[in-house]
Design a protein. Structure first.
Length: 268
């Protein structure tokens, strides 16, 4: 796991945007995995800025989102499709026919929908770079604690903690879904690179468990310990419970030196 600590959340977003831009500018048919939630909003803002500055075009990019609420229509303002349109897709030159979310409408079979989503990812050539946030309970996507580390796209019941954490996004009288479709942990581990962003003090414990805790379904993000190319971008607050803080800063300096000498090499 490559842990990189920044002074603030804006720097995390800027660095994440560099990763995405590098992939998109380098690969003919890039496949990008996307996340929703508060954390990546500033990343999407950076990508929109790059696009408007003429530095980035999404015409060849295919995207797969991590998750979507069950039985929620894309016209619903709480749908993750709506979130993606608002925060990214409507502001860049992406072909929306190449943007996918693991949807499951009323009456559709969630098991079949999960299988179809996995197949679609395969057919696109697999995900090159998967953007991730992390829940305060250590979830990635909606893979809640005790999710199988071998899981694939499927329906998940959200935990009370996740419902409470996300209740800030729903009005008092608004329906808050308790079920979602999510890529599984094995689906996420299949991505060639995973880029996890975490900012703020409320993520510090989950970050510590992910980076230095036991590999365990209790902290689904700890599964990233098994990934060859897992990059973790943190602000100081999210990194505040990591004991070996200086080590990560030092290791990052060494990586930068190697990059300067031999060039940046990502095997997409
Ligand atoms: C959303 C997702 C979730 C969030 C996580 C953190 O697509 O996959 O795992 O990344 O719940 O959410 P925020 O960023 O709102 O703290």
């Amino acid at each position: 796991m490559q842990v990189i600590i920044f002074d603030n959340a804006q720097q995390v977003a800027e660095n994440a945007a560099e990763w995405v831009a590098e992939l998109i500018n380098k690969k003919t048919n890039p496949v990008l995995g996307l996340a929703t939630g508060s954390t990546p909003i500033s990343l999407y803002q950076e990508l929109v800025n790059k696009h408007k500055a003429g530095e980035l075009s999404f015409t060849k990019t295919t995207t797969f989102n991590l998750d979507e609420y069950l039985g929620i229509d894309e016209t619903n303002v709480q749908s993750y499709r709506h979130f993606m349109n608002e925060n990214l897709f409507d502001h860049v030159d992406i072909n929306k026919d190449k943007t996918f979310l693991p949807t499951c409408a009323q009456g559709e079979n969630p098991r079949q929908q999960g299988l179809d989503y996995e197949n679609k990812i395969q057919q696109a050539g697999g995900i090159d770079l998967q953007i991730l946030g992390i829940g305060a309970n250590g979830h990635i996507g909606f893979n809640e604690p005790t999710s199988s580390l071998a899981s694939r796209t499927r329906i998940k019941t959200l935990t009370q903690q996740t419902l409470d954490d996300n209740s800030r996004l729903f009005a008092a009288d608004e329906f808050q879904p308790t079920l979602a479709m999510t890529m599984g942990i094995a689906t996420i581990l299949d991505a060639r690179y995973v880029l996890l962003m975490a900012t703020g003090k409320n993520k510090a414990k989950a970050v510590k468990d992910m980076v230095t805790g036991a590999l365990s379904a209790v902290c689904p993000a700890s599964a990233l310990q098994l990934h060859e190319n897992a990059i973790v971008l943190l602000d100081k607050e999210a990194a505040s419970e990591l004991e070996d803080h200086e080590y990560y800063v030092w290791a990052d300096k060494q990586n930068n030196k190697i990059n300067q000498e031999f060039g940046l090499y990502h095997n997409y």
